[in-house]
Ligand binder design. Sequence first.
Ligand code: ATP
Ligand code: MG
Length: 567
Amino acid sequence: MRMSKLFIETLRQDPNDAEAISHKLLIRAGFIKKLANGIYSYMPLAQRVLTKISNIIRQEMDSSGAQELLMPFVQPAEVWQKSGRWQVYGKELLRCKDRHETDLCLSPTHEEVVTTLAKEVINSYKDLPLNVYQIQTKFRDEIRPRFGLLRGREFIMKDAYSFHTSKEDLEREYEVMAKTYTKIFNRCNLETKAVQSDSGAIGGSVSHEYMVLVDTQTGENDVFYCENCNYSANSNHAESILPIEEVDGGFKDEKIVDTPNVKTIADLAQFLNISPNCIVKTVAYIADSKPVLAIIRGDKDIEETKLLNVLNALELRPMEDSEIKEYLHSVPGFISYKGIDTNKVRIVFDKTIKNTKNFVIGANEIDKHIVGVNLDNNIEFFDISLVKEGEFCPICKKPLKVTRGIEVGNIFQLGTKYSKPMNACYTDEKGELKPFIMGCYGIGVSRTMAAAVEKYHDEQGIIWPESIAPYKVNIVPVNIDDELQSKTAYELYNSLIEAGVEVIIDDRTDRAGVKFKDSDLIGFPVRITVGKTIQEGLVEYKTRKDGLVEKITPIEAIERCKNAFSN
Ligand code: ATP
Ligand code: MG
């Protein structure tokens, strides 16, 4: 490829709306162009990276026995109605109508379509197991598209679906996919941690997320992990043992006390001279338009995904002040579950308060709290609490640590979540109809590209891992009008093409400084500079990763590239 012909625009300035480093660099280095919020064009350099990631995925999926297919991007509502998700999938599902007023949607995922296919094509247990995958554009009308490709609305996903006759066979395939995923990400030079996760809108019981660990906010997930026993989980799924499990507030009698101008847990603890864990906090929400109270120890916070799961609800938001009055006849800052009509308001108790005695709660009255409260018998407790760093590992009781992660892949054991409602069955050995037992396995292909940039960059730009770099070598003649420099550069270029090395030549008439800057910004693993020293028969061989520069002969440069990069 000749740089003068490459369809690219590089920028010296960061785009205004970019926070994430991968977003900034992918735009500045000319890989992506924004068309609309969360919707990007992949320019030729990006397309090469995506193709490489896709090919690594293809090789590993194929060698694990999966088959590639391609399903439609536009899907009829009908299949979603059959699975029951047309009604419950929130606004991320972009719905539309065709000219006949038929409801359609842009596919956010393909469980419905693939289950329909299996139902139509597979008759007998003899045809199972089966694992099929595709690499395709998805659309999700994300509430907060951000960080460029990390959370787009239109993005590229590899999605695979497997079909089995037993739970054991699903578990076997799940393990195969887990190993395949680790291999895929390793080949992209991305070390990942497989963490337990919530199954979300896809559903099912067991699931793991593949996280690229990063220190920045762009890792949207908090990952809790134990260095001792390897336990790790997304915060929406993590469990912990509290350092102090049993608490006694010490108040002998239950009574209302005045707490003037005391609004926060910290203020209240100070005012009553107690620890925050002796206070029981009541948090008011509206879940799918219904009022809900979540009750938790004062030193802990609610994990809203866990709460959503307990409620089997889709959307959760804090109650507004007017709703607190209307539904609870209470006052913001002084809410309590005591005296609330449980026929009208659902109350969910977190298990952190199970062993809390003689505690303090709000009195549903301004400037008043109740002290010395104890729980009624027969309360059902749930885990709706957010784990904090330093709490103890649920497996081995050592302190948990926290880091941030970018979720690049996700694997699920679905069971019969889709096959049952969609009546997708096969005939077993006894001639009986049985629903398929299913698994599904996703990789964010475009997100993986961005995650690689998050991991590998410096002040100058991107540092592509060799396996997914758009081109391996960039040849830069310092002065393209110099006959010897130009001739040597083209000789190198042609030799490398012949040797099957992916190479680009910067044949532009720009100053060398500009070309060097672009080379570092785009992040080619190797730059070969042909400058004045060519008169002594030497070129400069620079490795982007470590910045190491060596003067070697063009022949040596060719040999090195061949050894490193020949296909
Ligand atoms: P998230 O929790 O980040 O929204 P998800 O659980 O909704 O992800 P899945 O349905 O499991 O995602 O999709 C499979 C993979 O697709 C994810 O692991 C992720 O890598 C990728 N992905 C999901 N949503 C997006 C998005 N909006 N932009 C880019 N990639 C995405
Ligand atoms: Mg999502």
